[in-house]
Write a protein that binds this ligand. Structure first.
Ligand code: SAM
Length: 251
């Protein structure tokens, strides 16, 4: 039986992230600051964390709002980790882990008050993700979505070439705001994740993990790519990073 190289690559990527709290750059204090500035939600808001990984966002949201969170990811290993973490945090009564595709949710239109998605929308493309998710939100619904964004008009060539190849749809905040507008949202605010959060909460644990995992040729390829991404970020983090877009449904 032949193994699909793409599947093997994704499996290695998931294996490398196994057990680390965040599967992408993010920071709890930073997220809490965003939450504290959101307009008031209904008393028992319906919340979703899409592309939740092992629940960095979902657990924070459940604790903050003391309300149920539907947490969706298509990596079964991450959903299993989320179940364990929810139990450890005594939040399992509020977390609904869903193993599924965030692009194909069969939820009713207008059923979500707060849609959260960290480091995941790019898998669908920012505009495509927002277009798909828009109808899930109530008329007063809010969305907080992080998206890799250019921070400057002129980006040094090594960073520009790398990201145009890795993520051709990368754009600056103005263009992403236009995309949000076209998808039916008003941009309330934007927040850049500080580079220290990338290192402390994501790259450093990931680097540690590269020293622990069993190395296969595919795993070595994954590690080489991550090292390249980290080296680039070390040199050029002033020019790109994650921006969190706080969005409100546009009537
Ligand atoms: N939000 C998590 C965090 O910050 O720790 C995970 C971020 S990780 C960079 C992106 C996540 O999106 C991965 O867990 C991946 O499995 C998930 N993902 C990608 N495409 C997906 C899809 N179509 N449906 C559901 N999950 C998806």
């Amino acid at each position: 039986m032949s193994v699909d190289p793409q599947t093997e690559y994704i499996d290695a990527l998931i294996d490398l992230h196994r057990g680390i709290e965040r599967k992408g750059p993010g920071d709890n204090a930073f997220s809490l600051n965003i939450l504290s500035n959101l307009s008031t939600l209904p008393p028992h808001p319906q919340i979703a964390d899409l592309g939740c990984g092992s629940g960095a966002g979902a657990l924070l949201l459940a604790e903050y709002y003391q309300s149920p969170v539907m947490a969706v990811d298509f990596a079964l290993g991450f959903i299993d980790e989320l179940k364990i973490r929810a139990k450890q945090c005594e939040l399992e009564h509020l977390i609904k882990p869903i193993h599924g595709d965030m692009a194909k949710l069969d939820w009713a239109d207008g059923s979500i008050d707060l849609l959260w998605s960290e480091g995941a929308a790019y898998n669908l493309g920012f505009e495509q993700a927002l277009t798909i998710w828009r109808s899930l939100l109530t008329n007063t619904g809010l969305a907080v979505i992080s998206e890799m964004s250019w921070f400057a008009d002129h980006v040094p060539e090594p960073a520009a070439l790398y990201w145009q190849n890795a993520y051709p749809m990368i754009a600056n905040e103005a263009e992403n705001s236009d995309r949000a507008h076209r998808s039916g949202f008003k941009v309330i605010s934007t927040h850049r994740l500080p580079s220290q959060a990338w290192w402390k909460n994501y790259y450093e644990p990931l680097r540690e993990q590269t020293r622990q995992v069993e190395i296969s040729p595919v795993m070595q390829l994954v590690i080489d790519e991550i090292e390249e991404e980290m080296n680039l970020f070390e040199r050029f983090s002033d020019f790109y990073g994650y921006t969190f877009y706080v969005l409100q449904v546009r009537q």
